[in-house]
Design a protein around this ligand. Structure first.
Ligand code: MLT
Length: 385
């Protein structure tokens, strides 16, 4: 039996994937795995039993990913599972910002009570809400991952010119990009030509404040900026100053802070990017499948702190999470050599500071497990029979 702790409401189609061997509850005290959406986990202490955390979503800034890696806890996310939902809200944001829809709607509501005069008042007053069409304009996209590529292709379909920047562009994503999207090697080439800029990168210490006074200065006057990724990617004082000067015509933000609320031409949304039933279902199913495959088979797919590694075995699987440093693998394998146990199959992969080695063997003793656990730089050993 395994215990799964849920820290947020997770769609039933996801939790249902676990089956009868699992207890899933929001009050488990010593879980084997945790499922989470946006609950903040930085102050949590983790039990020795905890194998993995499944984030039903893309951003993992609510999880202490490095601490988890050091404790042998594999953190998974669900890249792409909510990408369509975010894409649709980005397209909505483009139109909201361009056609001045929020202000226009508020004004239309304010006409209530004017009886037969409403029609003439609408016709007379609407001219102040004129805003440009997006077709023919240039959309700059910073980050061409699962979301960025969908936004790029949708914008091309709406008649926009699209310029994208992503220093980590994967071959898989490049193949999915509409050939009309121009990929540039220098982000300044996005800033220089774009009428609209949307950012789709994870938030971390390198991306914090990507949009700041310096980068805004490189943009066209009247640019409209969209941020449905994370609030911290845009420096608030800089965007407020740029909105007040008219350098930036509108800022669509799905992560409003007290500072930016109420600022003219800020269009604030309450983190709605992935708030669709479809995205919630997709994320829950993907996170549950990733956790289950790791718990039961030791396979890692879509981890943010350990490498992907899949090995299906018929015998015993020895799973070792360790530091990515010299001599660990030879010490692991020689533990079996000394005991005259043949290694049938082996997979090793690394991700930055951490690595994962899986071995298939016909037998292993408790003493050997203790030897493996005691090796320098070995973080966790798990035997799956
Ligand atoms: C994500 O990171 O996947 C989106 O911001 C939605 C969410 O936080 O769940």
């Amino acid at each position: 039996m395994y215990d799964i702790l849920t820290l947020n409401k997770i769609a039933a189609c996801g939790t249902d994937r676990f089956g009868a061997d699992y207890t899933i509850s929001d009050s488990v005290s010593d879980p084997d795995a945790i499922m989470v959406r946006s609950a903040k986990m930085h102050d949590m202490e983790f039990g020795k039993k905890l194998l993995a955390i499944g984030r039903a979503g893309a951003g993992v800034n609510n999880i202490p990913v490095d601490k988890c890696a050091a404790e042998g806890i594999v953190v998974f996310n669900t890249p792409g599972a909510n990408a369509n939902a975010v894409k649709e809200l980005v397209i909505t944001g483009l139109l909201l910002s361009s056609r001045r829809i929020p202000d226009a709607m508020e004004w239309a509501q304010s006409l209530k009570g004017n009886g037969d005069e409403v029609g003439p008042m609408v016709e007379k007053g609407k001219s102040r809400f004129v805003g440009p069409e997006i077709a023919g304009k240039t959309l700059g996209i910073i980050g061409l991952g699962a979301i960025g590529v969908l936004v790029a292709n949708a914008a091309v379909a709406l008649g926009m010119k699209v310029v994208g920047y992503d220093p980590f562009l994967s071959v898989n994503t490049a193949l999915r990009l509409n050939p009309a999207v121009k990929s540039v090697a220098d982000v300044k080439d996005v800033y220089a030509v774009s009428d609209y800029i949307t950012i789709h990168v994870p938030y971390n210490k390198d991306t914090k404040g990507t949009i700041n006074a310096e980068t805004i200065a490189l943009m066209k006057d009247g640019v409209r900026i969209l941020n449905l990724a994370r609030g911290e990617l845009v420096d608030s004082p800089a965007i407020i100053a740029a909105l007040e000067e008219g350098k930036v015509a509108a800022y669509v933000c799905d992560f409003p802070s007290d500072e930016i609320l109420g600022v003219k031409n800020v269009i604030a949304l309450p983190h709605l990017g992935a708030s669709t039933p479809e995205a919630e279902d997709n994320c829950a199913v993907m996170a549950a499948d990733e956790l289950k495959d790791y718990i039961e088979n030791g396979n890692i797919t879509n981890s943010v702190n350990y490498p992907n590694a899949t090995m299906n075995v018929t015998d015993i699987k020895v799973c070792v999470l360790h530091k990515n440093v010299p001599d660990v693998i030879s010490k692991i394998t020689s533990t079996f050599g000394v005991a005259h146990i043949n290694i049938e199959n082996m997979v090793n992969a690394s991700k930055k500071e951490y690595a994962y080695t899986c071995l298939e063997v016909a037998s292993i003793t408790d003493e050997m497990v203790s030897v493996l656990e005691g090796l320098d730089n070995v973080i966790r050993v798990r035997i799956i029979r």
